[in-house]
Design a protein around this ligand. Structure first.
Ligand code: ADP
Ligand code: ZN
Length: 746
């Protein structure tokens, strides 16, 4: 990737009175604006400032010193109003924002907005109450309760801590601390620094690493020690101990006084991971995801910007936080589609994380049991270091995987579970072990159909079927949230009570399981049955403590969890992901099946996995059953090469969207007329497909058309696409979205 710096050498000095600065504001703008610096203010590049914009006052970041006098005369310029008291945004963070904007063809200001994601964090926190040991205190050896003694031991380092923090460390209640303050053993002081994850311990509870783990951990530690940009792919089956190994790299980076970012797909930000982190590092990491409470958001943001917060564990947006001193990024489950942001600034967090590491000149570790083809290619070509953990930790066996041929082992009419799978569930029940039936479909039935005329219930606002849900008794659109009761009369033929549910969702599998195993304890786990994090946690706890026999779950259950007594996994519809003909359908299906299969037999008991399929001869089913991942990937790579698809070429999706179909079509047609086809002057190949209505031709009431550009890798795709798209007139009721390296083709 092209990493040329977009910056002049930065002058660290405070600027002279009357100087101009270029300030970027977090709004959809493509460039910085010039402002004057009043004589009583000293402002440098990176400072967070308040500036007038139109008739508002907004927060922005000084991007650089203005060069020369600019286009606007000084007397017309407005002045910076004030400066926030916080560490400036470092040069590398600003470079990163510029880079991402250039790569994704987004407005710079929109990318900055992702970095300025907590305006409350700009101001110093209000004082909160803390405690310090009273140095004048004479403490007799005797007569102290063990808890008080422990508190004094901890506080002997003279640090100021919040009551909750001391209570955590000493394993006592905050009341003990209050009592000690009343007795003058601790003095109360104001503390201003409430950044999360201030003092993680790099030498916390250490697992004894296996030989394989040790070799890789050493390698990663070395990378962290020496610094400099490097990418490692940490590759190993589920349960191989990858997390344990990358924790060693985290510990090393802590010793080097760096900040560390661990990216996880949002869904995997589980309590189990946090507990594990706490055990290893002695405190919780700073969290970053979309459901944070505002105060948590503020504290994490400020802690990161000030450099106080040492480790952030977050979803993709955590990549844009203004780290003061970032020195290591881990991207766990690097293949996960959740790393792609599909609205606003459209970006792939794994790819941008590699860029961030490159700009910051530090190591990045991509972690997966089923690496994406893109990452694998880089490993094969030697661009990424390939570190492999070949087997499960502690001698746990990989599960036996077999395919159930649904053509022969047909479920009964209106049912979805084969005899073989039902027998296996019974066997697990008899042995006192747990089963998981996996189906990545919420609700009761994906389609509701009129038996008389064949009318299908569709969303009035989206190109999508309405999904029947038993819990709510309604038909739901999973794209826009529309819902309605099942109508009495068919809207097409007016027949009464003629609707039938077609196909299975988890709620329907529940009915079938209940019928077959009336005495078993069954749980349905999907994003709508576990709505809050607390609810999810208590459901997972129930599984771990053995209060559930059969789990029926969607992808919410597929990743990361460790259920010691789960030995059987049945995949209800292994073919599900193959429908739709998406470029990565096979790859994604393989990854999903592998993840789910990885839930079985994680401890001493060997696991068993059955995939129900109508296409048992499909190469995915064969690769799964034979545990031949690399062979599968090689074939996949060969097919992509043959078709000239990524990673052998580059794609850009152009989506035209608007409420008025005719305007959308007009814009799509103009783009089609001026699009590129054929061989460029330099001999590179470029082709544009479309325009055509998107597979999702309506979404939330908007019409959608698509074009797809496919280009040789040597073509500057961004430059080509932006000059093409900007040449087309777009009315205000139509929007064009550009998706570089698209993952979704809907
Ligand atoms: P992965 O991230 O590859 O799926 P984990 O790191 O979660 O694997 O390890 C799987 C299980 O093995 C976990 O329960 C973990 O605590 C345990 N484990 C891994 N390595 C060690 C080790 N060196 N010592 C003790 N337990 C380990
Ligand atoms: Zn809808």
């Amino acid at each position: 990737m092209d990493q040329t710096s977009l910056f002049e050498e930065e002058k660290p000095d405070v600027q002279e009175t009357g100087d101009r600065v270029c300030v970027l504001v977090p709004y959809p703008v493509g460039k910085e604006y010039d402002y004057l610096v009043p004589s009583d203010l000293s402002v440098s590049a990176g400072d967070y400032v308040c500036v007038p914009l139109g008739n508002r006052e907004v927060t922005g970041v000084v991007w650089r010193q203005a060069i020369g006098d600019g286009d606007i005369a000084s007397k017309k310029l407005k002045s910076v109003i004030s400066k926030y008291s916080i560490e400036p945004m470092s040069k590398v963070n600003r470079e990163f924002i510029d880079w991402v904007a250039g790569y994704t063809l987004s407005m710079k200001g929109s990318v900055l907005k992702m970095a300025l994601s907590s305006s409350a964090g700009l101001n110093p926190p209000r004082a909160s109450r803390g405690f310090r040991i009273n140095i004048d205190l004479y403490v007799p050896d005797k007569g102290l309760t063990p808890k008080r003694k422990k508190v004094l031991e901890i506080m002997a380092d003279m640090k100021t801590r919040k009551a909750s923090e001391i209570a955590d460390l000493a394993g006592c209640s905050p009341a003990v601390i209050k009592a000690m303050a009343d007795k003058n053993m601790l003095s109360e002081v104001s503390i201003y620094n409430i950044a999360p994850c201030l003092y993680p311990k790099s030498d916390g509870c250490l697992a004894k690493l296996s030989e394989d783990q040790k070799i890789i951990a050493d390698e990663l530690r070395k990378d962290v020690c020496y610094g400099g940009f490097s990418v490692s792919l940490l590759d190993g089956v589920t349960g191989a101990g990858k997390t344990e190994v990358y924790f060693e790299a985290v510990a090393q980076a802590l010793k080097e006084n760096k900040q560390i970012l661990i990216l996880l797909p949002e869904i995997a930000l589980s309590n189990a991971f946090l507990e594990r982190f706490k055990r290893r590092f002695g405190c919780a990491p700073a969290l970053w995801h979309s459901h944070l409470a505002p105060a948590q958001r503020r504290d994490s943001w400020r802690g990161v910007a000030q450099g106080d917060t040492r480790v952030v564990v977050g979803a993709r947006s955590a990549l844009f936080l203004p780290y003061k001193n970032l020195g290591l990024i881990i991207v766990d489950e690097e293949h996960d589609p959740a790393y792609k942001q599909e609205d606003g600034v459209i970006y792939h967090a794994r790819d941008m994380a590699v860029v961030r590491a490159n700009l910051g000149k530090f190591p990045i570790i991509l972690v997966s049991a089923t690496p994406s083809l893109e990452t694998m290619m880089n490993a094969w070509e030697g661009k990424y270091k390939h570190l492999v953990l070949p087997s499960r930790y502690g001698g746990a066996f990989l599960p036996d995987i077999s395919v159930v041929d649904l053509r022969e082992d047909k479920p009964e009419c209106g049912c979805f579970l084969s005899k073989t799978v039902l027998e296996k569930v019974q066997e697990s029940l008899d042995a006192g072990e747990q089963s998981l039936l996996f189906l990545n479909r919420r609700g009761y039935a994906p389609l509701t159909l009129c038996r008389t005329c064949g009318h299908r219930m569709e969303c009035p606002r989206c190109t999508a079927w309405l999904v029947a849900h038993k819990r709510s008794g309604c038909l739901h659109c999973h794209h826009c949230g529309f819902h309605s009761a099942v109508p009495k009369h068919c809207p097409s033929c007016n027949d009464i009570d003629s609707f039938a549910a077609c196909g299975p969702g988890v709620e329907r599998i529940f009915e079938e399981v209940k019928q077959n195993f009336p005495d078993a304890r069954i749980m349905v786990l999907a994003s709508d049955t576990a709505e809050s994090n607390e609810e999810l946690k208590s459901m997972l706890d129930k599984i771990i403590s053995g209060d559930v026999d059969i789990i029926i779950g969607t992808q919410i259950i597929a990743k990361g969890h460790h259920f010691p007594n789960l030995t059987f996994v049945g995949v209800v519809d292994a073919d599900l992901g193959l429908k739709g003909g998406d470029l990565r359908a096979a790859e994604r299906t393989y990854q999903m099946l592998h993840q789910v299969a990885g839930r079985a037999g994680r401890e001493h008991k060997k696991g068993c996995v059955m995939l129900q399929s109508w296409f048992p001869d499909h190469r995915i089913m064969k690769a799964m059953a034979g545990n031949r991942r690399d062979e599968f990937l090689s074939v996949e790579a060969a097919e992509r090469e043959e078709a000239g698809m990524p990673p052998y070429s580059r794609l850009a999706g152009i989506i035209i969207s608007g409420r008025e179909e005719s305007s959308v079509i007009d814009v799509a047609k103009s783009l089609g007329k001026t699009s590129f086809q054929g061989v460029t002057k330099e001999g590179a190949y470029i082709q544009t497909l479309g325009p055509a209505p998107a597979p999702m031709a309506r979404l939330r009431g908007k019409y959608r058309y698509r074009l797809l550009v496919r280009a040789d890798k040597k073509i500057n795709l961004q430059k080509t696409v932006s000059s093409w798209v900007s040449g087309v007139k777009v009315p205000s009721n139509v929007r064009i979205y550009i998706d570089i390296d698209p993952q979704s083709f809907l």
